[in-house]
Design a protein around this ligand. Structure first.
Ligand code: AMP
Ligand code: ZN
Length: 119
């Protein structure tokens, strides 16, 4: 069923606690944890607890949870004190855009200069 945990999904295993992560925030519907390969001083991933392959499919099926992910991304930025200097929320979608884990997730990057346009 849509949204159900997937046995072969890394981020579902982080939600269930089967794979450890450095969790920085949690809500009823989301978990935020540090990226294992950080690309900036602040690099946190915010994921929904439910499984959808990308942000757009999450938003189509569960708009409130998609909003929760964005709210929590903003809260992470405030917790990490990068909200005043600026930060970026990234939703890589599809392998051609660099998506490697097909469980919806928002990257929160900050704490250094961020170029625009991104690569
Ligand atoms: P993406 O390339 O947008 O799909 O992002 C996936 C992200 O997950 C990458 O930035 C990886 O470094 C990160 N990642 C992969 N495995 C783990 C893990 N076990 N704990 C935390 N972050 C991870
Ligand atoms: Zn999953």
């Amino acid at each position: 069923m849509a949204g159900e945990p997937q046995t072969d999904c890394l981020f579902c295993k982080i939600v269930s606690g089967d794979i450890p992560a450095t969790i920085v925030r949690e809500s009823d519907t989301t978990v935020a944890f540090r990226d294992i390969n950080p690309q900036a001083p602040t690099h946190v991933l915010v994921i929904p607890k439910v499984h959808y392959p990308d942000a757009a499919s999450l938003a189509a099926a569960e708009p409130q949870i998609a909003a929760d992910v964005l709210r929590e991304a903003g809260a992470v930025a405030a917790d990490e004190k990068v909200d005043s200097t600026g930060y970026r929320i990234i939703l890589n979608t599809g392998s051609g855009a660099g998506q490697t884990v097909f469980h919806a997730h928002a990257h929160v990057l900050g704490g250094r200069g961020l170029q625009w346009p991104p690569g």
